[in-house]
Design a protein around this ligand. Sequence first.
Ligand SMILES: Nc1ncnc2c1ncn2[C@@H]1O[C@H](COP(=O)(O)OP(=O)(O)OP(=O)(O)O)[C@@H](O)[C@H]1O
Length: 290
Amino acid sequence: MIQVNNLTKTYQDLRRGSFTAVDHVSFAVKPGEIFGLLGPNGAGKTTVLRILSTVLKPTHGTAVVAGYDVVRDAADVRRSIGFVSNNTATYDRMTAWELVRYFGRLHGMQADSLDQRMDALFGKLRMDDFRDVPCAKLSTGMKQKVSIARALIHDPPVLVFDEATLGLDVMVARNLLQVIRALRDAGKCLIFSTHIMSEVERLCDRIAIMYQGQILDTGTLDELKQRHGHADFEEVFFSLLSQHEASASSEGNPTSEALTLEDEALSLESLTEHAVPAKQASPSAQDSLV
Ligand SMILES: Nc1ncnc2c1ncn2[C@@H]1O[C@H](COP(=O)(O)OP(=O)(O)OP(=O)(O)O)[C@@H](O)[C@H]1O
């Protein structure tokens, strides 16, 4: 459903000159799978996801989403994908209902089937209490639900969640993770990008650890722990990053921004913060959203 091969993105930056934010990244995601992209700030996760959603063009490599090439068939890719981030804009003067309906119409949905789908979606996401409230008056969690409904309205087979729990309280973040599990169980293909280790541990079927533009390893939680000889996922993560730094410096090739693990300690600390509650999906969340 998603096939990424040797994806590379180089930015031209005034400060850094030519800067490779994504460096020969390859992975595949199947329907009915949650694929986690885990990495600290600046690892290149958002850049990969922006290429997948056709907002950015790759410098090299290819990405195919639901059978469509992100460069050649960009309009088809956009029809096949829903994107949720922590900063998807809502329009203050539109109500939750109006905004989601507006995006349904933009996707070319007919009024009657659109209204039926919206009724079902607002029910599943428990949005009925605020459906007629202007977005300006919604809480962060309510706005996030509007963003999710907006991403789901056209029933895309592929969904991308980019740091989607950032800024959400524990209850709302937990609810979002339940929604994501329900989507997986409905056969959707999902990418979940985060810098929070506990989220990928609890949610993702397979995990790619990304650092300084590269995927350092990919596997299930158990495969990664076994391969790297640690029972603790945090140890797996930090040992991979240390190995990467050691091999970069032994090749006389300082890591791309000349930052070391120590320099990045602050941002890495956040990887173990913001723990989300233990794995638990309510029966209603496990209902299909489609
Ligand atoms: N438009 C741009 N021009 C130049 N550099 C950029 C641009 N966008 C991103 N970058 C750089 O690319 C690198 C990867 O950024 P990206 O946002 O993809 O990482 P990320 O893993 O999503 O991090 P975060 O969690 O902080 O969003 C960073 O060093 C960032 O500064």
